[in-house]
Design a protein around this ligand. Structure first.
Ligand SMILES: NC(=O)c1ccc[n+]([C@@H]2O[C@H](COP(=O)([O-])OP(=O)(O)OC[C@H]3O[C@@H](n4cnc5c(N)ncnc54)[C@H](OP(=O)(O)O)[C@@H]3O)[C@@H](O)[C@H]2O)c1
Length: 252
């Protein structure tokens, strides 16, 4: 895979009504791509559509029917999907016993199952002309985070799904990238009901994640960490898990 020229492409972006997804939509539109914008909030989605010239597709992706309906409406608007950005996601923080089974299902359905379903449906639209699928995961999925075990599991699952898929679709001219953010200044924390409580790492702007996403598409990068130093805890966890766990136990 040699990376992608974005001008003239059609990009389907989930979670485009807020935060990282909205910033990716703006960055892709600036690079000449036509965005198809998925989200639940009609007003916020309409605002992003106005600023990007994109097509809003109001959809709840947390069920197979929701994904099928959303994909159908996206495909009515575009014969080919050149880029799929699986970004929509929700958080949940707190002790596992306080998390209802409904919350567990909502998190896994939104963060892990929906992107798999949507990818499955979008792939046939890509194999003829090639394309690129980008997943927004999280550093939590590389290391695990206390009181975010389920969230981290959904992101780890998505990361490994992307790794497997990359081998599978390379022969069809479809690239796969994973963007791994650390902490990003978006409504994510407020919406999950638990504010971000640490001093470090400092949140980075969503636009920085969007720049990394565009760069990953243009240069077919398999894995990009934002900020870049975030790859260090991921590598330490992978290469020296004992040392990582000792540090994490001390530093939380
Ligand atoms: N913020 C961080 O620190 C951080 C760090 C690492 C990874 N991430 C990941 O980055 C991604 C984007 O998060 P963000 O920070 O930009 O948060 P955000 O501002 O809360 O945006 C989340 C987006 O996901 C959409 N979404 C959530 N549930 C949905 C559903 N059931 N159906 C359709 N769309 C749904 C939301 O749509 P509506 O607004 O229309 O409901 C919204 O557009 C998530 O996958 C998150 O896990 C975030």
């Amino acid at each position: 895979m040699g990376g992608m020229r974005l001008s003239g492409t059609t990009a389907l972006i989930t979670g485009a009504s807020s935060g990282i997804g909205a910033a990716i939509a703006v960055a892709l539109a600036a690079a000449g791509s036509r965005p198809l914008l998925m989200g639940r909030d009609e007003d916020r989605l309409a605002r992003v559509a106005r600023s990007t010239g994109g097509v809003p597709i109001v959809a709840d992706l947390a069920s197979p029917e929701g994904v099928a309906d959303a994909a159908g409406r996206a495909f009515e608007n575009a014969e080919h999907i050149d880029v799929l950005v699986n970004n929509a996601g929700i958080g949940w923080a707190g002790p596992l016993e306080a998390m209802s089974e409904g919350d567990v299902a909502r998190l896994t359905d939104t963060n892990l199952v929906a992107p798999i379903y949507l990818t499955r449906r979008a792939l046939p639209r890509m194999v003829e002309r090639g394309g690129h699928i980008l997943f927004v995961t999280s550093i939590a999925g590389c290391t695990g985070v206390r009181e975010e075990a389920v969230y981290a599991a959904t992101k780890a699952g998505l990361h490994v799904f992307a790794e497997g898929l990359r081998y599978e679709v390379a022969g069809n001219g479809v690239g796969v990238s994973v963007v791994v953010p650390g902490v990003v200044a978006t409504p994510f924390f407020e919406r999950r009901g638990t504010p971000y409580g640490r001093r470090r790492p400092r949140p980075v702007p969503a636009e920085r994640v969007a720049r990394a996403a565009v760069d990953a598409l243009q240069h077919d990068r398999a894995e990009v960490f934002v900020p870049r130093w975030m790859r260090l805890p991921a590598r330490l966890h992978g290469g020296m898990p004992g040392a990582f766990r000792a540090l994490a136990a001390r530093g939380g």
